[in-house]
Design a protein around this ligand. Structure first.
Ligand SMILES: Cc1cc2nc3c(=O)[nH]c(=O)nc-3n(C[C@H](O)[C@H](O)[C@H](O)COP(=O)(O)OP(=O)(O)OC[C@H]3O[C@@H](n4cnc5c(N)ncnc54)[C@H](O)[C@@H]3O)c2cc1C
Length: 510
């Protein structure tokens, strides 16, 4: 038998939400349909969750790797640009802080601008914030797009941006793309899972198409976890002691001509509100903790906060299970998306974790032997990816100084995971951030959030004392000036999105 005889030739994906279609799209890109057949089955009766509208920069890479035209994608999914997140009232109930994408100033003589900024601030020469060195924060505050229709910029070229998108349209866009590229698509209900004597999945039972067999099964059935949990029995690890929010009211709102190029997160009494501007409407909602507020009181707070008439609004309640799988991959079955785990969407990480799962599967793509060490390695890496995101989200709560409600008091006082406790101790004592291996949110993101909450280390890094002070100040002034100059050349974000849509529509008609 040659090694190639043992290749996986048939993959069955169950579930047609963002997880199912993003996984199908990426696998199809690198596994030619003639050599490996990919089939996706989804139910017409069980809908997709249909939220998940803010993204993070790795999605740019995903779209580019699939050869997707950005303008086409943006028009089809009612997308707008996202340059970061604006947090309102998170620190003390009367404040604003930013998590911008991309570098914040960059580095001088091998040391992040943060440390020069800190030194200048402590010595009384710097009055501004750390984000004053971020191009993305400046564009956000000026409501600017990161490019014009005619001109690309360093933000576009470096991929230091993301999108707001309509989750249903995104799934539909990918479904059409996958169909064109040879992915089979069945609409059917999965009724059962049949395993062989080793516990491998042999086939799934469907209502209309009968038994569907494959070499590899991917569970994208959302919170149901039909294959990995219901059939294979993988236990869920709850993180509800670390992150107290477990419910959300989703509330779509009307068109907003401003179309801010950032996601807005406003702290409310027992959680926070998201606001995501799309080209045709605004996505909003209240992520809250049912331990501290009833569903009814939460929806009233959300409606009142937005000045909306309860008789006209159509909020939808979603229950969230915070945590992750013990094993993301068992024998010939993997889970992706909500079936794998869920973290509250404070930093818009659901779609990123889908992308991470699918690309790690490609990196470690197995043959039909399903080597156990390989499976263990995948599970270890995915576990780390979830933990990194978890720690970053917890950081926002533990740095808050709010004491005005029981929710905020409790969120500040949770017992920290060891990993985050060690990070905070090192940072506070030395200024060092040990997130150099974090794939998504690294040192700059940590520093942005820590500085925004006013949590500064005892001292700047000693390296910042070796640079010539006047030279460092000149470089920093130049950074701000260059950002300001570029911002002046860029269009208003709302105008840009309208122009993009009308230009593409006109091109389709002619
Ligand atoms: C309140 C909230 C806000 C969020 N905001 C963000 C955000 O801003 N950014 C972000 O990146 N992520 C966000 N997320 C996460 C994001 O929504 C999900 O990661 C993403 O939508 C993936 O969902 P999914 O495809 O795993 O599951 P689903 O969308 O639930 O899809 C499940 C699929 O399984 C199918 N299925 C189920 N049972 C069967 C069956 N028996 N037979 C056949 N098919 C079946 C269904 O038909 C469906 O197609 C948010 C989540 C929540 C809850």
């Amino acid at each position: 038998m040659t090694a190639s005889d043992n290749r996986i030739k048939d993959i069955l994906i169950v579930g047609g939400g963002t997880a199912g279609w993003m996984t199908a799209g990426l696998l199809n890109r690198f596994l030619p349909p003639g050599k490996c057949r990919i089939t996706l089955v989804e139910s017409a009766d069980v809908g997709i969750i249909g939220v998940g509208e803010a993204t993070v920069p790795p999605l740019v890479r995903y779209l580019r790797s699939l050869g997707i035209n950005e303008d086409e994608f943006m028009v089809a999914t009612h997308a707008s640009y996202k340059l970061g997140i604006k947090f309102i009232n998170w620190r003390n109930g009367n404040d604003t802080l930013w998590h911008p994408f991309g570098p914040i100033g960059g580095s001088i003589d091998h040391t992040q601008v943060f440390h020069y900024w800190l030194k200048e601030q402590r010595e009384g020469r710097e009055k501004g914030t750390y984000y004053d060195y971020s191009l993305q924060a400046l564009l956000s505050e000026m409501n600017k797009a990161p490019r014009s229709l005619q001109q690309s910029t360093k933000i576009i070229e470096s991929g230091g941006y993301a999108y707001h998108l309509d989750a249903r349209e995104f799934a539909g866009f990918l479904a059409r793309l996958c169909a064109k590229r040879g992915v089979r698509h069945f609409i059917d209900n999965v009724r059962g899972v049949v395993q062989d004597e080793r516990g491998f999945i042999r086939h799934i039972e469907t209502e209309k198409h009968g038994p569907l067999a494959a070499d590899l099964f991917i569970d994208c059935t959302g919170f149901a976890g039909l294959l990995i949990e219901k059939a294979l029995g993988d236990p869920y690890i709850s993180w509800s002691d670390y992150l107290l929010c477990d419910r959300a009211w989703a509330l779509p709102q009307g068109y907003d001509a401003k179309m801010a190029p950032y996601t807005q997160s406003t702290a409310l009494k027992s959680g926070w509100e998201w606001r995501i501007p799309l080209s045709h409407r605004v996505g909003s909602g209240y992520v809250f903790s049912s331990r501290f507020i009833s569903d009814e009181a939460a929806v009233q707070e959300l409606l009142a906060h937005n000045g909306l008439d309860p008789d006209r609004a159509e909020p939808r309640l979603l229950r969230m299970r915070i945590g992750r799988r013990t094993n993301f991959w068992i024998r010939n079955c993997l889970s992706v998306g909500l079936a794998s785990g869920f973290l509250e969407p404070l930093e818009s990480t659901g779609i990123y974790l889908i992308q991470k799962s699918a690309s790690l599967l490609l990196d470690l793509f197995p043959d039909n032997g399903f080597n156990e060490s390989l499976v263990r390695h995948y599970n270890y890496k995915m576990g780390k990816a979830y933990e990194e995101v978890r720690d970053f989200i917890i950081l926002h709560y533990v740095l808050s100084e709010r004491e005005d409600t029981e929710f905020w008091k409790a969120s500040r006082r949770i017992a920290l995971p060891d990993s985050l406790a060690a990070t905070l101790e090192l940072y506070e004592q030395t200024g060092v951030v040990n997130w150099e291996n974090h794939a998504l949110f690294g040192e700059t993101s940590f520093l942005a959030i820590a500085a925004g909450f006013g949590r500064l280390p005892r001292r700047h890094l000693p390296m910042a004392d070796y640079s010539i002070e006047t030279k460092a100040r000149e470089i920093m002034a130049k950074m701000k000036a260059q950002n300001g100059q570029l911002a002046q050349t860029l269009p208003d974000h709302g105008d840009f999105i309208r122009e993009l849509n009308s230009t593409r529509m006109a091109a389709q008609v002619s």
